[in-house]
Design a binder for this molecule. Structure first.
Ligand code: BYC
Length: 312
């Protein structure tokens, strides 16, 4: 089939909500858009293990330690499903990892902030995993099959993560005055960076319009951010802590909460590599990659040996 006919068939599938699969013809730009988003999503899961890993040895009880350990392991799993989904688009794992380690690929801005207290484990689960769910549930309907299927499983686990985080905060908020103050301090530090997870405002987002046309993204950055604010306000009220935004007010006419202006200078600064922990996070990944070289070499040698045995 010539290209215009292939394109027509592709557009038709998108229109009719028929999933695009790895062996199907797809426009180059669709492939590039997916590789960009899925690989950066995978990097976010992997780098996202670092802030919480910081607290595994200091979790306050065996139950908390086991749960946090399991959560951090889940994030590794998410990274792996997503790298596999991206590999179906004809990019190798090595190339994606190289893009991350050489700062040519991004990962979520949120993981460049430090985890200073135990309450941060609760806040990350509540807000960071909460924002992730808000963004990722619609991605279960993304037009590219392998991405959508990976997201279905990831969302189930994220939902558990969100609840474990909220439960940590509920315990702190119902505890001593000092514990509640720790929860409030944590919310103060994580609230605005969590809103930044949804990306720039729609009018400053170069990819949203095309991504929505191709039904990769189903909602815009601002639509998802608004839904998140609406849900979190109610949840903060139950915890009895205050979202640090004096402009957060119910707007009867819109049926949503109005909220204050995000500090976009801070957002772009973090994305450019100048956030509080960017250098530390990247260094940790570079060291993990270098220290893991022997595992990759051993696995390859083992695979070669098996090939020889099979051929023998
Ligand atoms: N941080 O045109 P836009 C998790 C970049 S991990 C950094 O709106 P798009 C978890 C954007 O990439 C969850 N960069 O782009 C893990 C683009 O740059 P490039 C991570 C950002 O793609 C461990 C430029 O800004 N979730 O749940 O249409 C523990 C313009 O943006 C950010 C995902 O990855 C940001 N916040 O929309 C706990 C979800 N925002 O690529 C939890 C999948 C924007 O042109 N990704 N940029 O160089 C998406 O849904 C979309 O890619 C985004 C951005 C909404 C993030």
């Amino acid at each position: 089939m010539d290209e215009p006919k292939e394109l027509e068939k592709f557009d038709d599938k998108i229109e009719q909500e028929i999933r695009i699969e790895p062996k199907d013809w797809m426009p180059d730009d669709y492939r590039k858009m997916l590789i960009r988003q899925i690989s950066q999503h995978a990097h976010s899961e992997i780098v996202g293990m670092l802030p919480e890993a910081n607290w595994i040895t200091r979790a306050p009880s065996l139950r908390r330690k086991a749960t946090l350990l399991a959560k951090v392991q889940d994030e590794a799993g998410h990274g792996l499903y997503l790298y596999c989904a991206a590999e179906t688009l004809n990019i190798s794992r090595e190339e994606m990892v190289d893009q991350l380690l050489s700062s040519r690929a991004k990962y979520s801005s949120i993981f460049n902030y430090p985890t200073l207290s135990w309450a941060d484990m609760g806040t990350i689960g509540w807000l960071v995993d909460g924002a992730a769910i808000m963004n990722q549930v619609p991605l279960c309907r993304a037009s590219y099959g392998p991405y959508a299927r990976a997201m279905t499983r990831i969302c189930k686990e994220e939902s558990f993560h969100q609840r474990q985080g909220y439960e940590i905060l509920l315990t702190l908020c119902r505890g001593s005055k000092e514990q509640k103050a720790m929860a409030q301090d944590s919310l103060n530090r994580w609230w605005w960076p969590s809103l930044m997870m949804f990306g720039p405002n729609d009018d400053a987002s170069p990819h949203t319009a095309q991504s929505m046309k191709w039904k990769i993204k189903r909602f815009s950055n601002d639509e998802l951010r608004q839904k998140f604010v609406d849900v979190c306000k109610e949840q903060a009220d139950i915890l009895g802590i205050t979202i640090p935004d004096p402009n957060l007010k119910w707007n009867e006419e819109r049926g949503h909460y109005d909220f204050g202006e995000i500090n976009w200078d801070e957002f772009w600064n973090v994305i450019k590599g100048n956030g509080p922990c960017n250098k530390e996070r990247l260094q940790a990944r570079i060291e993990a990659h270098e220290n893991g070289a022997w595992v990759r070499e051993a696995a390859l040698a083992h695979a070669e040996k098996k090939k020889v045995l099979v051929n023998y």
